[in-house]
Design a protein around this ligand. Sequence first.
Ligand SMILES: CC(C)(COP(=O)(O)OP(=O)(O)OC[C@H]1O[C@@H](n2cnc3c(N)ncnc32)[C@H](O)[C@@H]1OP(=O)(O)O)[C@@H](O)C(=O)NCCC(=O)NCCSC(=O)C[C@H](O)C(=O)O
Ligand SMILES: [Mg+2]
Length: 296
Amino acid sequence: MAGRPRRSVLYMPGSNARALEKAKTIPADALIFDLEDAVAPDDKVMAREQVCAAAAAGGYGGREVVIRVNALETPWGAADIMAACKAAPDAILIPKVIHSGDIISAAKLLQSVHAPKKVRLWAMMETPMAILNARTIAARAVYDDNRLDCLVMGTNDLIKESRARALHDRFAVVPWLAMTLAAARAYRLDIIDGVYNDFRDVEGFRDECEKGRILGMDGKTLIHPTQVAPCNEIFSPSEEEVEWSRKVIDAFGRPENEKKGVIVVEGHMVERLHFSMAQRVVEIADQIRELEASLG
Ligand SMILES: CC(C)(COP(=O)(O)OP(=O)(O)OC[C@H]1O[C@@H](n2cnc3c(N)ncnc32)[C@H](O)[C@@H]1OP(=O)(O)O)[C@@H](O)C(=O)NCCC(=O)NCCSC(=O)C[C@H](O)C(=O)O
Ligand SMILES: [Mg+2]
């Protein structure tokens, strides 16, 4: 079973009321209302109230609504989580995760206020220690208190913490992406690529989306509405992929192939694993169609 589409995941500062309203018209698959780095300390409390009111009021259609809280050890973290639970967004995004204990603490807080099970946890992978602990963080997905659904790459913080250079080829970043992706997949989690800061550079952005897609990312985090359409296009299965996948599914569905592990479709060797891949492509394409139809 394919998860829900998470191609385009748009951040907005929780202090920006105009952005929170405009998001209702932007065709992003998911929205992150940020209380953390995009909000100045003096605006934190106002942003918390504004974001929670917006999430509780709804109006975002089929888009996933995610609240990024401040880290638990900050003066705002615990109150952010409590307020976010009441607003019942689709997920709460925990920043600056270091180890699996951060996910356990957040899950306990959610449990203590009886947050509905539909409120999931997402984890920002943006500290060097999170990369080293990626496996044990992702492994929280199989525990009883599991609410973990998705890992989000925080490449700006990773670049800062590691003193790497932020080059367009992402020479320094790719190993962190690949390591975290392996951890996510090992525990059947989704994983979303980091942001592209030069939001006016359309070609550079497209290239970075393509590369993230090639690596296996489910989508990309975004900072500006103009990034949504190209991101959706690049992270959607292409018409050719869907057409080919339907052929593979049809071929394995024929009576003569029912018990076969490997067959030939249009000159290509196709195994049962390709059948599963084809099913996922078609399911995700169907879900994208439904989501886009619901957004009008
Ligand atoms: C980057 C921006 C500050 C640019 O703002 P601005 O110059 O005002 O943009 P525009 O004038 O082009 O805006 C046009 C209209 O679009 C709306 N808008 C802009 N951005 C958003 C958005 N993100 N969501 C929703 N709506 C948005 C404007 O309101 C305008 O609307 P209208 O009035 O109708 O014309 C700005 O885009 C911005 O703030 N982006 C998000 C920044 C952010 O949230 N940063 C934090 C997350 S990234 C991060 O933390 C990475 C991670 O943690 C890591 O470590 O890597
Ligand atoms: Mg960050």
